[in-house]
Design a protein. Structure first.
Length: 66
């Protein structure tokens, strides 16, 4: 995952960094698995939240693949 000096990312940028769709990211935000901030009309995701999510163990994904 390549993250530059930005602190807040748009949903599209965050989804691209995580290699998931924007719709999947919307689900993660809605289910409170990915914290996000609303600033005006924009929804932004903090760099630390992206990195923590990428490092988290996703057992539910592994279980569905096995």
């Amino acid at each position: 995952m390549q993250i530059n000096g930005k602190v807040l990312y748009t949903k599209r940028e965050a989804a691209q960094l995580l290699s998931i769709s924007v719709r999947s990211l919307d689900y993660l935000i809605f289910s409170r698995q990915m914290p996000a901030r609303r600033i005006g009309r924009r929804v932004l995701v903090h760099r630390d939240a992206i990195e923590q999510f990428a490092r988290r163990d996703h057992a539910f994904i592994r279980a569905s693949v096995d």
